[in-house]
Design a protein around this ligand. Structure first.
Ligand code: SF4
Length: 372
């Protein structure tokens, strides 16, 4: 398959891994953060850690939108829907994320009208097909998914569909990277830049990371060879004492981003003054809310927002794992109280969560080896 097979060619992968070993200074320890949860999954899925020298440490970043959402926002969405008797819609990976009184699926089991949708447009269609009911869409994601929510809102407005609203939990990636770099307990040598978000925002917004912070960043694709090539590009920069933004994922990511998507986002959304991130606290200008011209379709304006603040269970260390301070198995609950079947934190639920990735690809493997 074009754009897949050639990026999984074992011979080329072997040569690239050899190049990494040649470039890595054995006297140095490298900490490279992969910002995107999709990269974390690819790293575990393809066993890439096994081909890297031990002095290259991959640190998982905050690029999983379901994982960074604090429990209070899930509870806010569910209680607004429950109190108003609306149809609650969300993507499938939200459905098992625990809130203080249960996940959306548990609310459904208790009788609330909860439905999985594959896109915000599906939620809008549901509203059009059920004019006597109100449909709320729980919107989540970085700049990757925000344009489709914005387009759906524009369509709802143009068609005059008034029994539809959006509870916006869209977040933006740059302030999160800034918060990581400002964190005193964090030492990162370079970043593997997020591939999906960059298809929308492009590479230019990362330039300050190289210029002001002196850290290389390489926007990467998701195949094994993409990630290994990105590590080669980072090591070359570090070896030459350089720090710049490079684009390994040119076949998908335009340097200037997707102007049409950025335009529609700017038309519908504005930055919130601040927003709470799980484990990272309040980060200024890090999330999107609907502009006043879309107030009629804004769930926070239409319904009474409880503004709940719920702390994670005491022993859960999701925040530390999200910031890259701890690895998933270092959480006290990992693999015992917290498993994909019975998740305590969102990182064990989401398809982009680092705990789920580690559990599915590393933990199960080690259990299988230990079993005989
Ligand atoms: S194992 Fe569970 S509780 Fe611990 S960090 Fe991961 S998701 Fe959170």
């Amino acid at each position: 398959m074009q754009f897949v097979d050639e990026f999984r060619d074992p011979e080329v992968i072997g040569r690239t891994a050899e190049e990494i070993r040649r470039l890595a200074d054995p006297a140095r320890h490298y900490r490279l953060m992969e910002v995107c949860g999709g990269h974390t999954h690819a790293i575990y899925r393809f066993g890439l850690k096994d081909v890297l020298p031990p002095n290259i440490e991959l640190v998982h970043g905050p690029g999983c939108p379901v994982c960074v959402l604090p429990m209070g926002r899930i509870d806010d969405g569910l209680s607004m829907a429950e109190n108003s008797g609306v149809i609650f819609t969300a993507f499938g990976d939200m459905m098992r994320v625990p809130g203080a009184k249960g996940s959306p699926l548990e609310y459904k089991a208790r009788g609330m009208d909860v439905r999985i949708v594959y896109s915000p447009a599906d939620a809008l269609k549901l509203a059009q097909n059920n004019p006597e009911r109100h449909v709320m869409f729980f919107a989540i994601g970085f700049e990757t998914t925000a344009p489709s929510t914005a387009l759906t809102l524009k369509r709802a407005k143009a068609l005059g569909v008034r029994n539809f609203s959006v509870f916006s939990n869209h977040v933006t990636i740059i302030p999160a990277i800034r918060a990581i770099l400002d964190s005193p307990d964090m030492r990162i040598d370079a970043f593997i830049g997020p591939g999906h978000v960059s298809t929308v925002i492009g590479c230019r917004p990362y330039e300050w990371i190289a210029k002001d912070q002196g850290k290389p960043i390489v926007v990467s694709g998701f195949e094994p060879l993409d990630l290994l090539q990105s590590i080669v590009m980072i090591l070359r920069q570090l070896k030459q004492g350089e720090a710049k933004v490079e684009n390994q994922y040119k076949r998908v990511v335009p340097w200037e981003g997707n102007r049409a998507a950025l335009r529609v986002m700017a038309e519908v959304f504005e930055l919130r003054p601040y927003f709470e991130w799980r484990g990272m606290g309040f980060i200024s200008q890090s999330a999107l809310r609907l502009r006043p011209s879309y107030a009629e379709w804004d769930a926070e304006q239409r319904f009474s927002l409880p503004g709940l603040r719920v702390t994670d269970p005491k022993a859960a260390q999701c925040g530390e794992v999200l910031k890259g301070v701890l690895k998933p198995p270092q959480c006290k609950l990992f693999g015992r109280e917290c498993t994909p079947e019975r998740p305590v934190g969102a990182l064990m639920v989401s398809s982009e969560g680092s705990c789920a990735a580690y559990y599915n690809y590393e933990h199960r493997k080690s259990c299988a080896v230990a079993a005989p």
